[in-house]
Each structure stands twice: as C-alpha cells, then as structure tokens.
Design a protein around this ligand. Structure first.
Ligand code: SF4
Length: 83
C-alpha cells in the first residue's frame, strides 16, 4: 500500500542523505516507526510537518522533535551553524 510509506521518503535527507548526521540504529528506528509505519505515523513526523508548512526541513529536526515549525525556523535563523 502506497500510503504505508511517507510521500517524502525518496527525498527526505534523514532517509537518503549520506551526510545526514544520525546514528544508524536511530535512523533504522525512525524509518520503522515513522517513514514506513503508515499514514497516521508519517503525517505525525515533525520533519514531514515542517516540510509541509515551511517547504524545507533543517537537518536538526527529527521525527519526534518537540519544537513547533515556528520554533524550528527561529532556531534555524538564530544558529548559523545549522545553515
Ligand atoms: S523522516 Fe519524516 S518526512 Fe522524512 S521520510 Fe520519514 S516520515 Fe517522511
């Protein structure tokens, strides 16, 4: 079923970027628990929500990041090391 897998799966840096900084076991867990876990899960992913609202998603945002998209953009703007 197509909706099992996130519509961002093939472009999401967490999934596809070799330079995305994350431990391999965490990446595997996120993919299992969010990216491929069905539409109710991947639409709850903060990376999915952030990309939907802002049209981009900084690398520091994880599926279970507690910040709102507004707080994420503030953090991104304030910390030049993230850009
Ligand atoms: S991390 Fe989130 S936005 Fe990226 S593919 Fe997985 S569910 Fe989709």
């Amino acid at each position: 079923m197509g909706s099992d897998i996130c519509t961002n799966y093939e472009v999401c840096r967490l999934v596809v970027a070799e330079d995305y900084e994350i431990e391999q076991d965490k990446k595997v867990a996120y993919i299992k628990n969010y990216c491929t876990a069905g539409i109710s899960k991947w639409t709850a992913c903060k990376r999915y929500i952030t990309k939907s609202e802002l049209n981009f998603c900084p690398d520091f945002v994880r599926p279970d990041t507690a910040l709102s998209p507004g707080e994420i953009v503030d953090k991104f703007d304030e910390d030049k090391s993230l850009q």
